[in-house]
Design a binder for this molecule. Structure first.
Ligand code: FAD
Length: 641
């Protein structure tokens, strides 16, 4: 019958296949092991696992689960079974498949198989198949382009400026260039090779280049990062997969497509970005490094270009006017000068006052929603391995072992002590951006301000584990420090960074306090535990850095974290100050469909700085959609992926 005939089409997806550690070749093996065949045979009720042909299966996802509730830690797989291949290699499987029924979350039928490639091939195929995405070369491209309220003639491809080469700017550039726009990518920082040298000089000689550092330069803020590619915007969605596959196209290991917690590490990001750049240049994208956009050119409510200066020129006196048909603003949230510039043009900015309940619902998407501040905690990695894995901790072997280096993810909800719920002083405290086997790094863009973050290399082999511990802050907190208005959140961050710089005593020395002393509100002894932070640490009163309610929320939630991870609060846990650049404090409103600013025509605010992303993947996806939206506006394509 039709129903059973359909069962033999396409793929079956088998989820939650558990393989105990002793039966699995280890975290780096992404093929079909004997242990995994046993788990598959169990689901199919197939009697002899070794008779199942491994070629008929492919791993879609592999994660490690060491939760204490389990009898023993295990690798957990999602596997796709190619029915045609299976039957042709093992005809006896027919009976077992005919009995197979879908079970929510465990067994799913994918009659049409898997499609979707990387972004470049998707756009090429789309052009070939439907002609929907149309390249229009200069000769044929004399058309009336209607954009917003303005209609005008263009005899060339639309000229699009993309400001910022972080993940959002890069993906917007890629889509627009593939679709035939005339793209200029403007980046205040330097290409990765030179940026790497500036970061080296910062770490070794304490020289901070204000325009080339951990936040500014090719690849954006995420280049010298942990390169975590986890996202809550739908791991299996077409858009996330298209971005992931594009990263693979540019040199990321294929394992990121399968790994339950994919990450790249900075050593892999640098060559990947070089390949990305080369591809953009081959498409004709003009890349302007060391050029800072200082202002927008605006006429009758429309952007018609940007004012650009050499980013070495702090006086901004020798700026030039560059004209474009549209400007995509992908500047990240460390470009505080851009917020001020937008405000001077009355572009609508909305402070992201935090709604706790909403944030809890969104869980990891908190970076979209509110302002967050806190500290970065660091433990010896061995401590976290032992807390999470107990006896299995010996299998980690500095990232070279069978099981992944242990991480954690914590969230607690607390209420300010002297307020009731209706006052809105509820807070959530999150561990965030955890970098197992990583190091703490300086993310300041100005020598008088001090803020930090975490990064790692692909092996995650350092002996430290660090993570941000952040709480949400709101207008009330900003007002407690006398900051008012639309950019109060930015001023609040800046003030904490200035205080942290003073507490550290200058020269980028980071103020620290052991977690036990922070809970007791007392200064740590001068001989604090060692830190991975390369520019030195100094014992300080970190409990006095924030307004009192923020400190109390951190203290109470850290105590609760210890209940979940006994040993988290220990003399070896060292808090570093200050973590301020976790999320954008404002959002630049834009139209849902067109991505165009609601207050300024021709301006397309995207990525983290505009308040539409929180992390590498979501920024890249936002850039990709923005690319299609701008292409749509200029009739380079219809729709998108
Ligand atoms: P950005 O990456 O911030 O890029 C903005 C770019 O615009 C920069 O290159 C900047 O130089 C340029 N720019 C700014 N102003 C101007 C101007 N006026 N003119 C010209 N150019 C300008 N996220 C994760 O998902 N996983 C991680 O592991 C992770 N680790 C991180 C580690 C560190 C140290 C840091 C700092 C961040 C980390 N993040 C991580 C966050 C992640 O990097 C960001 O969410 C992401 O990069 C945002 O992308 P974006 O394109 O919106 O902006």
């Amino acid at each position: 019958d039709v129903k059973s005939a359909n069962k033999f089409e396409g793929f079956w997806r088998l989820s939650k296949l558990g393989v105990p550690v002793h039966k699995d070749p280890g975290k780096d093996f992404l093929g079909i092991s004997d242990g995994l065949l046993e788990a598959i045979a169990k689901v199919l009720e197939f009697p002899v696992a070794s008779m199942l042909p491994a070629e008929a299966f492919s791993v879609v996802r592999k994660s490690f689960d060491a939760r204490k509730v389990l009898k023993e830690p295990k690798f957990v797989y999602i596997v796709d079974m190619d029915v045609n291949k299976l039957i042709s290699l093992e005809p006896r499987a027919w009976d077992f498949i005919s009995r197979l029924e879908p079970k929510a979350g465990l067994i799913e039928h994918l009659p049409h198989g898997k499609v979707s490639g990387d972004l470049i091939s998707i756009i090429k195929d789309c052009k070939k198949i439907s002609g929907n995405a149309v390249y229009r070369d200069d000769e044929h491209d004399i058309s009336s382009v209607s954009k917003g309220s303005v209609t005008y003639k263009t005899s060339t491809k639309p000229r699009i400026a993309i400001v910022g080469s972080g993940p959002s700017g890069l993906f917007a550039s890629l889509v627009l260039a593939e679709l035939g726009a005339n793209v200029t990518l403007i980046e205040r920082g330097k290409p990765v090779e030179q940026r790497g040298r500036d970061i080296g000089a910062l770490i070794v000689r304490r020289i901070l280049q204000t325009e080339s550092n951990f936040c500014f330069g090719e690849g954006g803020a995420g280049t010298w990062s942990d390169g975590k590619l986890v996202t809550r915007i739908g791991r299996n969605s077409d858009s996330v997969l298209a971005v992931m596959k594009t990263l693979v196209h540019f040199g990321a290991p294929e394992g990121i497509l399968v790994d339950g917690k994919p990450h790249l590490g900075t050593d892999r990001l640098v060559p990947l970005l070089r390949n990305f750049r080369q591809h953009l240049q081959e498409l004709g994208v003009t890349i302007e490094f060391g050029k800072r956009v200082d202002d927008l050119l605006i006429e009758e409510g429309n952007v018609f270009g940007v004012r650009v200066s050499d980013s070495r020129d702090n006086s901004r006196s020798n700026s030039q006017k560059w004209e474009y048909d549209a400007v995509v603003l992908a500047v990240g949230h460390s470009a505080r000068d851009i917020y001020e510039m937008l405000l001077s043009h009355n572009v609508t900015l909305v402070p992201k006052d935090f709604a706790v309940q909403e944030a809890l619902e969104w869980s990891n998407s908190l970076r979209y929603l509110g302002s967050l501040v806190g500290l970065r905690i660091e433990h010896p990695q061995q401590v976290i391995n032992s807390i999470q894995y107990s006896a299995l901790a010996s299998e980690v072997r500095c990232g070279r072992g069978k099981v992944p280096v242990a991480d954690y993810k914590l969230v607690k909800y607390v209420r300010d002590e002297d307020s009731d719920a209706s006052a809105g002083a509820s807070r959530s405290c999150y561990s965030f951006c955890m970098c197992p086997g990583g190091q703490v790094v300086l993310t300041s863009t100005n020598p008088s301000e001090l803020c930090i973050n975490g990064m790692s290399f692909s092996r995650r082999s350092s002996k430290w584990a660090n993570a941000a511990l952040v709480v949400n802050v709101s207008t009330k907190d900003f007002e407690s420090l006398n900051f008012h208005g639309l950019l109060a959140g930015v001023e609040f961050q800046r003030e904490l960074e200035r205080k942290a710089a003073i507490m550290g005593g200058g020269n980028f020395v980071v103020p620290v306090q052991t977690v036990t002393d922070f809970l007791d509100s007392k200064l740590s002894a001068t001989s604090v535990p060692p830190s991975s932070y390369r520019l030195g640490v100094k014992a300080a009163h970190l409990h006095e850095l924030f307004p009192i309610h923020v400190t109390e929320a951190l203290q109470r939630s850290i105590s609760m974290f210890d209940e979940e991870l006994p040993g988290f609060v220990s003399k070896e846990g060292l808090l570093h100050g200050v973590e301020t650049r976790t999320s954008s404090p404002v959002q630049i409103p834009r139209s849902i469909d067109t991505f165009e600013s609601t207050s300024l025509k021709g301006l397309y605010p995207i990525g983290e700085g505009a308040g539409y992303a929180g992390g590498i993947m979501s920024a890249a996806v936002d850039g990709m959609y923005a690319g299609f939206a701008v292409a749509n506006a200029f009739e380079l394509c219809h729709g998108g992926i």
